[in-house]
Design a protein around this ligand. Structure first.
Ligand code: GTP
Ligand code: MG
Length: 527
C-alpha cells in the first residue's frame, strides 16, 4: 500500500471512529443485551477498519431491570473478524488491562443511559498500552495517523476519568454479523472467565487470578436475595424450617402473627403436625400399610402376582394363596335379603356386623376382601351404588350387612335422605346388630355426617369400630396420622370399640387383623 493510500485510510478510519464514539456517547440507551448477545442498537453502526491496528476494543453494556449488578452487566470484548467490508482485524487479541476503578455510577446505576459506554483501549498484551509501544505508536501516528492516536488516548483518558470498569478476560471474541451489529458468539469459556473475575471482585475487592490488575474495586453491588419459605411456627413436620434469615417481609409477617393470637393453622398444617404414637407407627410398618412400592412387598416375602397380596402369609413358598386363617371367613358369603324400608328387615337370627360409611368409601369392597369372594357384593367407582340394606350370611354363625352410603352420591336428594334415614334406623334399632364397622376414607378423614351417625350410635349404645379404608392410596405416615387423629377425637366416646382398624381392600393390608376382630363376635355373642 502506498503512503498516500495509507494516509487516506487513516483519515477515513479516524472519521468513522469519531463518529462511532460520538454515537455511543450520545445514544447510550439504544443497546439491549441478553445472554451475551446484542439484540439491537447502535452497535450496528460500528466503524469498519481497513488497516490492522494494535488496538483492542472494550465495550461495557448495562441492561436495566432484574439483577442489576454483576449479571446484568455484560462485558463484550474481542476482535472483529474479517468480513466483506472489513479489510483487517480489529485488535490482535482481546486481552485487556484495567483502565480505571469502578465508579458507583456504572455499577450501581440501573439506567442504561449512565452505564453504556464504548471506549477504545490500547491493549497491554499487544504492547499498545505499554509505555514503550505507546510512544512508538504515537510517533508513528504523527506521520500517518497521529490525530487518530491522540484522539484515542484522549478518549481513553476521558473514560478513565469517568471510572469505567475493565476486566481482564482472555480471548473474548466479536464477530461482525452482516449489518446486524455486533454479535457475541457465546464463548462459554469467556463467560466463565467473566463470571469468575467478577466474583473475585465481589469477594476480595481485587481482581485476582487471571486478572492483570490488583487494584481495589468497590464492591457495593447488591447481593442476590435468597428464596425463603414461610412455614407456620407450629408446623413441625416440615424440615425446611428457615428461622435464620429474617427478611423485612418475614419480620413483618411474624409480628402480624404475634398480634393476631387467634390465628388458626390450616387443616392441612394441623394434620401434618400430628405426631402418631410409636405403637401406631409400628402397626403401620408391620402391616405394610400405606402406599408401598411393589419391590417393598416383594422383599417382605409377599407374592405380588396375587390380587391383594398382603392378605397372605408372608414368605409362603406356595404360588397359591394360603387359606384364610379364620375359619368363619372361609364360609360362603350368601346374599339373603335386601331392605329399602325398616319393615322389610329380615328376622334377626344371627349376630350381625354392619358396614356403614360415606358413599364410595369401600364398604362393599371390604365385604369381598374379608371373604375373598370378589364379585359376590357388587361394587362401583360411582358413589351411591348400594341403594338398599343388603344382608349376607357367612355360614351359620354371622351375618354381614352392607349398608347404603351417605353423603355425596349420584342420586336425588330425597332418595339419599331416605337411605340415610334407613341407615340411622337400622343402627339404632336393630337388636341383632353386634357391631357397626364405620368406614372412613384415610385420605379424607371423618366428615360431619360420620360424626352425626356416631352421635346416634352413642345414644343408642350401639357398638361401633372405626375402620380406615383405602390406605394404599396415601403415604404410610399419613395413614398413621389419620389413625392418631381419629383416636384422639373419639377417645371420650363410650360405645367405640378399640383399637381402630386400618385396612386396604386392594392391597389386602390389615384385612387379617379385621377378620380376627370380627371372628371374636361370632364366637362369643349369641342372639
Ligand atoms: N385404592 C383403593 N380403592 C378401593 C379400595 N376399596 C374400594 N376401592 C374402590 O372404591 C370404589 C368404591 O368401592 P365400593 O366398595 O363400591 O364403595 P361403597 O362404599 O360400597 O360405595 P356405595 O355403595 O356407593 O356406598 C371402587 O371403585 C373400589 O374399587 C381400597 O382399599 N383401595
Ligand atoms: Mg356399596
Amino acid at each position: 500500500m502506498s503512503t498516500e493510500t495509507e494516509t487516506g485510510v487513516a483519515r477515513k478510519l479516524k472519521l468513522k471512529l469519531k463518529l462511532a464514539i460520538n454515537r455511543s456517547k450520545s445514544s447510550n440507551g439504544n443497546l439491549s443485551v441478553k445472554k451475551g448477545r446484542i439484540l439491537s442498537g447502535r452497535a450496528q453502526e460500528m466503524p469498519t477498519y481497513e488497516s490492522r491496528d494494535d488496538i483492542s476494543v472494550k465495550r461495557t453494556f448495562q441492561t436495566s431491570g432484574r439483577g442489576v449488578g454483576v449479571k446484568a452487566r455484560s462485558l463484550v470484548i474481542g476482535e472483529f473478524r474479517k468480513s466483506s467490508n472489513l479489510s483487517g482485524k480489529f485488535g490482535r487479541k482481546s486481552e485487556f488491562s484495567r483502565v480505571g476503578g469502578v465508579e458507583n455510577g456504572v455499577r450501581k446505576g440501573s439506567s442504561v443511559e449512565k452505564s453504556l459506554r464504548t471506549i477504545w483501549v490500547p491493549s497491554k498484551n499487544d504492547g499498545a498500552g505499554s509505555e514503550k509501544k505507546q510512544s512508538r505508536w504515537k510517533g508513528k501516528g504523527r506521520s500517518s495517523d497521529g490525530n487518530f492516536s491522540q484522539l484515542r488516548v484522549k478518549k481513553f483518558n476521558k473514560a478513565e476519568a469517568e471510572g469505567l470498569v475493565d476486566f481482564d478476560v482472555k480471548n473474548g471474541k466479536f464477530e461482525k454479523v452482516e449489518d446486524e451489529g455486533l454479535a457475541y458468539r457465546g464463548d462459554a469459556s469467556l463467560n466463565k472467565d467473566l463470571w469468575r473475575s467478577r466474583r473475585k471482585i465481589n469477594v476480595g475487592g481485587k481482581i485476582g487470578g487471571d486478572g492483570r490488575s490488583s487494584e481495589v474495586v468497590s464492591t457495593d453491588e447488591p447481593l442476590r436475595k435468597r428464596k425463603r419459605i414461610r412455614i407456620h411456627r407450629l408446623d413441625v413436620s416440615n424440615k425446611r424450617i428457615d428461622d435464620t434469615i429474617m427478611s423485612e417481609e418475614n419480620t413483618k409477617a411474624k409480628s402480624e402473627e404475634a398480634d393476631d393470637k387467634d390465628i388458626t393453622m390450616s387443616r392441612n398444617a394441623q394434620f401434618r403436625a400430628i405426631k402418631p404414637t410409636p405403637s401406631i407407627l409400628s402397626f403401620v410398618e408391620d402391616n405394610l400399610l400405606g402406599r408401598r412400592r411393589m419391590i417393598e412387598l416383594q422383599r417382605a416375602g409377599y407374592n405380588i402376582n396375587l390380587s391383594a397380596p398382603l392378605d397372605n402369609i408372608p414368605n409362603s413358598t406356595s404360588t397359591e394363596r394360603e387359606r384364610i386363617e379364620e375359619s368363619l371367613f372361609r364360609n360362603r358369603l350368601e346374599f339373603y335379603a335386601a331392605a329399602k324400608v325398616a319393615s322389610s328387615f329380615p328376622v334377626p337370627d344371627l349376630p350381625e356386623v354392619a358396614f356403614a360409611g360415606r358413599s364410595n368409601v369401600g364398604k362393599s369392597s371390604l365385604l369381598n376382601a374379608l371373604t375373598r369372594q370378589w364379585g359376590v357384593v357388587r361394587t362401583s367407582d360411582k358413589p351411591g351404588h348400594t341403594r338398599t340394606i343388603n344382608f349376607f350370611k357367612l355360614g351359620t354363625k354371622l351375618n354381614l350387612v352392607d349398608l347404603p352410603g351417605y353423603g355425596f352420591a349420584y342420586a336425588k336428594e330425597e332418595v339419599k335422605d331416605a337411605w340415610e334415614e334407613l341407615v340411622k334406623e337400622y343402627v339404632t334399632t336393630r337388636s341383632a346388630l353386634q357391631r357397626v364397622c364405620l368406614l372412613v376414607d384415610t385420605k379424607w378423614g371423618m366428615k360431619p355426617r360420620d360424626h352425626e351417625l356416631i352421635g346416634l350410635m352413642e345414644k343408642s349404645q350401639t357398638k361401633y369400630q372405626i375402620v380406615l379404608t383405602k390406605t394404599d392410596a396415601v403415604p404410610p405416615m399419613d395413614v398413621a396420622r389419620r389413625a392418631m387423629q381419629i383416636e384422639e377425637n373419639l377417645k371420650a366416646n363410650r360405645s367405640i370399640v378399640q383399637p381402630l382398624m386400618i385396612v386396604s381392600s386392594r392391597s389386602g393390608a390389615g384385612i387379617r387383623c379385621l377378620r380376627t376382630a370380627l371372628a371374636k363376635i361370632s364366637r362369643f355373642v349369641k342372639v
